[in-house]
Design a protein around this ligand. Structure first.
Ligand code: SAM
Ligand code: DTB
Ligand code: SF4
Length: 324
């Protein structure tokens, strides 16, 4: 069995990203079968609990106040409505429920108390609970852990040298600090990135290097392809070649053999064959449900049919409990 390493270098990762595609996919599939022998894919459903009006200026995001997009600021959803959505996600076959708040950071008060109640409620349904709500401090991470939070999503998005080109309202260091607070609290890490921002292969390698040299590795690594939203800074960026996503999934799998590699935003624009290649390359989780946070996603029936055709089963909540 290939060993799990935490000392990957930029040059090694760049060489992986540049490996001929079939060799790369073969290597990734070999690692994937060693570490994740069951033919399973985790279905995670997203819900935007607080949409729009975000003070950060992430160049890709439809929810930033710095952009004039069709997404407008909405009030925070209430606890009962969120738990109703979670129950529906469970009934549809999801094992993880991911809740998003378009916030720069978590603040104390009713909205945070409600977030904790939502986490408790989602866990009581027997689902994994994930939250993404911007920066947080150590006591907040501990309160989320005590409520039963499974994972906190906080992406690095790209390499540190390119970060300032995409986001100016916070630093890469801020991002790493939040991840450290989460790790210390015992909540698992969901952190990955986006391609298609205008970054170089070197920037992708640097992001993967920072993830793959964490000890332990993040438990979950989302790989997003830019969904270019009208009104954002990146609205005119060139569309990502689906094979670039395959490469990112493959390299993430090779570097972090046990992580859930989540094929995330941009999947709707992949054809069936490109998705199959991503699964071959080691992707073992998808967002499931008609919407991500604000943009569309593949239809449930289509996703279930694709998994069935490939002989893949949705990761059952029971298996998920065993992992917890
Ligand atoms: N506000 C929180 C934060 O920034 O951590 C959470 C929500 S944010 C929407 C979560 C992630 O979704 C971002 O870090 C980014 O990787 C991804 N994302 C956001 N907008 C996207 C887009 N238009 N296309 C692709 N990925 C996107
Ligand atoms: C992640 O990396 N991707 C998901 C989840 N984590 C929160 C969000 C994708 C958002 C896509 C754009 C939108 O729906 O606004
Ligand atoms: Fe705000 Fe998150 Fe969007 Fe950035 S990605 S603008 S932090 S909601």
């Amino acid at each position: 069995m290939s060993e799990i390493r935490h000392d990957w270098t930029t040059a090694e990762i760049l060489a992986l990203l540049e490996t001929p595609l079939l060799d790369l996919v073969h290597r990734a599939q070999t690692v994937h079968r060693q570490y994740n022998p069951k033919p399973e894919v985790q279905l995670a459903t997203l819900l935007s609990v607080k949409t729009g009006g975000c003070l950060e200026d992430c160049g890709y995001c439809a929810q930033s106040v710095h952009h004039d997009t069709p997404v407008k600021a909405e009030p925070v959803m209430d606890v009962a409505a969120v738990l109703e959505k979670a129950a529906q996600a469970k009934a549809a076959g999801s094992s993880r429920f991911c809740m998003g708040w378009a916030w720069r950071e978590i603040r104390e008060g009713k909205a945070f108390e409600d977030m904790l109640a939502m986490v408790r409620g989602v866990r009581e349904l027997g689902l994994e609970a994930c939250v993404t709500a911007g920066m947080l401090n150590q006591p907040q991470a501990q309160r989320l852990a005590a409520a039963g939070l499974t994972a906190y999503n906080h992406n690095l998005d790209t390499g540190p040298e390119f970060y300032r080109e995409i986001i100016s309202t916070r630093t890469y260091g801020d991002r790493l600090q939040t991840l450290e607070h989460v790790r210390q609290s015992g909540v698992t890490l969901c952190t990955g990135g986006i391609i298609g921002l205008g970054e170089t292969l070197g920037d992708r390698a640097r992001m993967l290097e920072i993830l793959a040299t964490m000890q332990p590795h993040p438990e979950s690594v989302p790989i997003n392809a830019l969904v270019a939203v009208a009104g954002t800074k990146l609205e005119n960026n060139q569309k990502v070649d689906p094979l670039e996503l395959v490469r990112m999934c493959a390299v993430a799998r090779i570097l972090m053999p046990k992580a859930k590699v989540r094929l995330s935003a941009g999947r709707e624009s992949l054809n069936k064959e490109a998705q199959v290649l991503c699964f071959m390359a080691g992707a073992n989780s998808i967002f499931y449900g008609e919407k991500l946070l604000t943009v569309g996603n593949n239809a449930n029936e289509e996703d279930l049919a694709l998994l069935a055709e490939l002989g893949l089963s949705p990761l059952a909540p029971a298996a998920m409990e065993a992992l917890a």
